[in-house]
Write a protein that binds this ligand. Structure first.
Ligand code: FMN
Length: 172
């Protein structure tokens, strides 16, 4: 298959996940990886890809804006050209929010906490916009641990095993 991997990343975790996915898929597929802000939807579409993998960070309880808008635009471009993907798959990285945030004084914090619980639904809503032949598989969610207030941290130690299993299901 001809596969594009599109990611958003500020601190490098999602970039690393995207690169690892490329490494796993490259022996059997033609794979290209791009940072969402660096690649135009039409340029991707012009290569006639079979499959797309999208991923990025959770931000303020939502899917990162750059990735969300990239996917929406891509879905529109596909519809305009009456094309559909054979397969899509998605992943996100997130840092667990402490349960006490649910009772925080700040309404904004509480709202983010509530939205955080719904990220799976947010992804489904986004994916449903993309015309695709095969139903997308489940969302792969990876945790960032030792997160600092700046937002950087390390990927959970089991992340490679999770990505391997995800890619195996994607290829099946
Ligand atoms: C501004 C900002 C908002 C964030 N909001 C959330 C959030 O709502 N829920 C969550 O689980 N993680 C949140 N995070 C943590 C990020 O998801 C985490 O830092 C990110 O996955 C790292 O990805 P990257 O290294 O590719 O940038 C936030 C991080 C930043 C910087």
């Amino acid at each position: 298959m001809k596969i594009w991997i599109i990611y958003d990343s500020k601190f490098g975790s999602n970039k690393r996940v995207a690169a690892f996915m490329q490494e796993l898929l490259s022996p059997n597929h033609e794979v290209q990886v791009a940072y969402a802000k660096d690649v135009n939807q039409k340029a991707v579409l012009a290569t006639d890809p079979d499959a797309l993998l999208f991923g990025g960070p959770r931000r303020m309880g939502n899917i990162s804006f750059a990735l969300r808008s990239w996917v929406k635009r891509y879905a529109k471009a596909l519809q305009k050209e009456h094309k559909r993907m054979k397969k899509i798959a998605v992943w996100e990285t997130r840092s667990e929010m402490k349960p006490e945030v649910a009772n925080a004084e700040s309404k904004m914090e509480r709202n983010i906490y509530e939205k955080n619980l719904k990220t799976g639904e947010l992804w489904v809503k986004l994916i449903e916009k993309v015309p695709v032949e095969q139903l997308p598989q489940e969302l792969l969610s990876l945790n960032i641990i030792n997160e600092t207030s700046l937002g950087n941290g390390q990927l959970e130690p089991e992340y490679e095993a999770k990505v391997r299993a995800f890619i195996q299901r994607f290829e099946a």
